[in-house]
Design a protein around this ligand. Sequence first.
Ligand code: GLY
Length: 238
Amino acid sequence: QGEEASFIVMCDGKTVLPLATSQDHKRLLDADQGPNTGGMGAYSPAPVVTPEVHARAMREIILPTIKGMEKDGIPFTGFLYAGLMIDPQGHVKTLEFNCRMGDPETQPIMARLKTDLVDVLLAATATNAEARFDDFELEWDRRTAIGVVMAAHGYPMSPLKGDVINGLPQDSDDVVVFHAGTQMKDGQVLTSGGRVLCVTALGGTVKLAQQLAYDSLKGIHFDGMQYRSDIGYRAIAR
Ligand code: GLY
């Protein structure tokens, strides 16, 4: 019972660097209805992960897992994604672990990351132990980022490919359109996968981020495109 959130950290084999928290929407349709998908949108931070829940997740889940792997002689280097279930009392349970970032959680997280990702990756894998995460700090944009996935005709059962995408906006400081299932052919951008785009916007409040994301995708068009109109509603309701 509870609310699901994504808790993604990076580890250099020893030291853990938590990324910003996030939450995704897995159902195809508004109000979390319809079939499950890989994710129709996400936002960061996830208000359900309060400072207390964050501390608890680190103490009860992430650190014992990382320490356990080190103790077993298989120190973990890379991204560890814990899918968490957080109950109304703030108890935290692990639903799953992935050894990767999340899609579409990554898009709002990256929109907020001010530190160069390459520096983080190089530090995590540095051969010189001194260069690793001990003194490394990630810098985050304090604003909320919301990413709205635009999915292909027929997604998730039988997505079509090859539809022409028109009206893509220019990226700006506050809006990034991440391409996932797209390809370039004869000068045109076409759909080439289930989750086609993730239109990601930053805002001073969850509502402002949501408004900017939806304003930015208004001009985008491809046949049969599908997107939810309520990404972020749980964060707004808090
Ligand atoms: N959005 C869920 C995942 O990446 O597993």
